[in-house]
Design a protein around this ligand. Sequence first.
Ligand SMILES: NC(=O)c1ccc[n+]([C@@H]2O[C@H](COP(=O)([O-])OP(=O)(O)OC[C@H]3O[C@@H](n4cnc5c(N)ncnc54)[C@H](O)[C@@H]3O)[C@@H](O)[C@H]2O)c1
Length: 343
Amino acid sequence: MTRTVFVTGGAGYVGSHCCKAFAEAGWNVVVFDNLSRGWADFVQWGPLVRGDILDLPLLTQAMQACKPDAVAHFAARAYVGESVSHPADYYRINTTGSLNVLTAMREAGVRSIVFSSTCATYGVPVHTPIDETHPQQPINPYGWSKLFVEQMLADHDKAYGIKHVALRYFNAAGADPGGCIGERHEPETHAIPLAIEAALGLRPHFTVHGSDFDTPDGTAVRDYIHVQDLASAHLRALACLRETPRSAVFNLGTGRGTSVKALLDTVEAVTGRRINRLQGPRREGDPALLVASAAKARQELNWQAPLSRIDTIVRDAVAWHRAQSDTPTLAGAGGQPMTLRTP
Ligand SMILES: NC(=O)c1ccc[n+]([C@@H]2O[C@H](COP(=O)([O-])OP(=O)(O)OC[C@H]3O[C@@H](n4cnc5c(N)ncnc54)[C@H](O)[C@@H]3O)[C@@H](O)[C@H]2O)c1
């Protein structure tokens, strides 16, 4: 029997790649997204219900209508800097919105949820690599807004028997190797698309924030995970919730760090273009090193991340960006045409 997954935020970057993986694995996919930060043309693997997770009656109605076997909950605001300037939006959308998702699940009788959490719930690392037992002491409202959801998930398991898998992503990156979707944020704040756009002449420069960190080359080190490997972890999580309903939390990273300098070198090598690098000051609250221990996901989810070498990530991301810059206009947020920045 075909099973249905209800995907909040399925028109966004990670959510759309997961929808593709779900559909290819035989799931029916229903996307619930308000397109505030997502893209109508990314919804290719099932119907789109255009709605806001803050609209509890509509959310409940949509969930009851499709009677899903599970929910994959991606819808959120996800910019650290914006969370500092607009914390109320983050607590409302990420935290209250997630409570609405859980409430709608109770109303619709759905017992399983896979939740997009984040390494931002850990705060400044006290040891590296970061495993799931590392203290969680966020240093910004974004991290707090997600940590509160992790707590709500645990309480909803205890009280109502709703089982969850919370996946703490490190840095999602790359694009669908088939080229039909990729990383598109507006505004863009993520290092890899910014570096590629700088290499392709779509931005004048790339600013390296801090070159005096205690790392081998002085620049900050991050753990990049290919978005398709993230998608396969979500599939594994859905399978585990079905086979042995048990709540769990997993890091999704590689255990390998890439410095900003090494990342820029890789983008230059893949594109064959020089990046105009500017030196900027460190950003407040930017740790030197954020690297996951992914041992638990490997062992308990039986998950591997074969595409998450940095050169593979950059190759797929560059292919997507090149295809986009050849396309004059794209369907934009809210289905409105979005004109691409020109060099
Ligand atoms: N991208 C990363 O590196 C990363 C790292 C850690 C965690 N995450 C988490 O993964 C999830 C997806 O991130 P992303 O990079 O794909 O972000 P994204 O902005 O591309 O996608 C978020 C989607 O949620 C939708 N959305 C936002 N608010 C909504 C609302 N109120 N109602 C309905 N839909 C709404 C947006 O329209 C968008 O389609 C988020 O929960 C984010 O916190 C992302």
